[in-house]
Design a protein around this ligand. Sequence first.
Ligand SMILES: Nc1ncnc2c1ncn2[C@@H]1O[C@H](COP(=O)(O)OP(=O)(O)OP(=O)(O)O)[C@@H](O)[C@H]1O
Length: 667
Amino acid sequence: MALQPEKRQHIRTLMRLGEGRDACPAEHRDVIRRSWQRCLGEYRLDPCHPRPVRVLTQQALRDHQESVDELLHVARAGVDRLYGQVARLGYALLLTDQRGITVAFRGQSEQDRALRRAGLYLGADWNERHAGTCAVGTCLHDGQAITCHQGEHFDATHIDLTCTAAPITDPQGRVMAVLDISALQSPRSHESQTFALSLVNLHARMIEDAYFLHRYRDSLILRFDSAREFVHLNGRGLIAIEEDGSLIAANHEGRALIDAHLRRWPPWSAACLPGATQLFDAELGDLLGIPAAGEDQIRAFRARANDATCFVTLLEPRGRPRKATTTAAPRDASVPALDRLAGDDPAMHRLLKLARRLRNETVSVLIHGETGTGKEVLARALHDSGPRAQAPFVAVNCAAIPEALIESELFGYLPGAFTGGRPKGMRGLIQQADGGTLFLDEIGDMPLTLQTRLLRVLAEREVMPLGAETPVKVDIRVVTATHRDVTELIRAGDFREDLYYRLNGAELHLPALRERADRHYVIRRVHDELQAERGQSHHLRADAMSALLAHDWPGNIRQLRNALAFAMATAEGDEITLHDLPETCHGAAGPTTLTAPASLGSAPGSASPSTSAGAPPSADGQALLELLRRSAWNISQVARQLGVSRPTVYRRMRRHGLVAPNHQPVS
Ligand SMILES: Nc1ncnc2c1ncn2[C@@H]1O[C@H](COP(=O)(O)OP(=O)(O)OP(=O)(O)O)[C@@H](O)[C@H]1O
């Protein structure tokens, strides 16, 4: 039979390539070029003699099918689902074993003869050694998904076909089968098959995971994903573990996590795999206790490979009662005041675990965190959950009190200690906290002279009020907070190193809201609190919730609270929708930051700004100045607009040297 001109041309190209007379045509991809070289050099296939399709006998086919019996059983649903999606587009479906023999097939009965002739049939051998470059054979060789489109096939018999194949790997990562869809006719362009590649890849992964779940159905399996919503439905990572947390096997995603972990934390010996508690930075009890975790039986952990948050669920062995969780190591005793500060954010979990241990100690605690992250709330929870709960909790914001007043406010004074003081004198805040907790917020803003006095209070456990001659004993626990880098302040000579070590008996770092995996929990909690405070009930609609979840929250929980309070105050019905939220939460508008209203700085008619130093302020300072002017220097209003606290506004005013009309400079 005479060959079509196109086939003749194809054979000529391959012959010239085999004889070393031509390089491979530039339009062909590397993976195809390499395969053609293999066909010519290694397999000694002759392009001039297109080979008939090799089909196994019934008996030989049965032997191949039996060797993958378990996979065929598990893969059936995935095969049918994929075929259901592509049949109308003219594709047939092949599932081959690891030698390239077609062990399952789906195709249109009316195309039966044509499909058989093309080798798209049960028992057909698509190994590259026999069939030349083709999707199944080349995928098997490279272990990668591939489309082999028309003239990319080696054998001229196949150059009308388009075939797309993806490997299915076993839990050890070896290719055990190949899933392929092939069509007898297709558009010329290679791009027409892009969608086929994703579809086949997706189904190959589903079959792979179904096989994994089936194979390890008698073991504990950790299923994880970076999105909480997908964990149960389609969690990408699967890791089978023993009861002691040691690893048994992992799917593709699980192996990627293990590899990344080993790259970052190389093991002592090559044979040593990390345990699940190392991979997820968790205690065994936390992992085994997941089935009892909250409503959705999912917990968030930090993956030590990359510090990313992983949402994890635990699949228990088939038929085994829930007693697995009773083998869990005991969790830290619950402490409601602390426990309710977080959902299942891994960083918050670590922080609260440490806080639970510190609550009964007098050791000083330094809390770090951006503005509005809940430093004061945490300090109060520490106080409320410890033995001092019935004694006072006194909070002092070092940035909000003018420097001239901090000393008398903190240390108190006797009658007549200075002009302008109260006639009866005043008990200082340190004394007021006697028996309880003194919380010093924005400690980085405390003037150096007072740092020395505070150090003495901490060292001697006594305070000397202004004008007094004998010190007064005090029993206080000191908790401090700052958003600043204190070591930097020490380097600049603005903070005493010895005081820092006194204050920093333990350090707690509060993550920003945007970094927290439990944003959903925080939003719900703030919403519930506001409802209780306002005596109102508002349903938070899904569009509002998803905008709140997606927002950046530069002002953290305080800004979130303000946004929700605003929505509750202005919503017309008993439902909060996206449109009830401040515009800054709508997504495109971007977050409210100090620099966001920069355009305000050039508002028409604005007078040239003034600073205490007489110098023009920076762009940030300019923006803040305009905001202050527009709100008639109402600090609370500006704080609300920016989603920060009043002290933060004062601090920023001081940083930019901004002075309210008829006021002394903020010092
Ligand atoms: N875990 C939480 N759940 C609910 N509300 C919270 C939580 N943490 C903080 N908030 C709320 O967020 C607001 C800010 O909290 P807080 O004053 O403790 O933050 P901060 O870090 O001390 O702020 P700043 O740095 O400005 O002093 C408060 O209204 C507080 O009630």
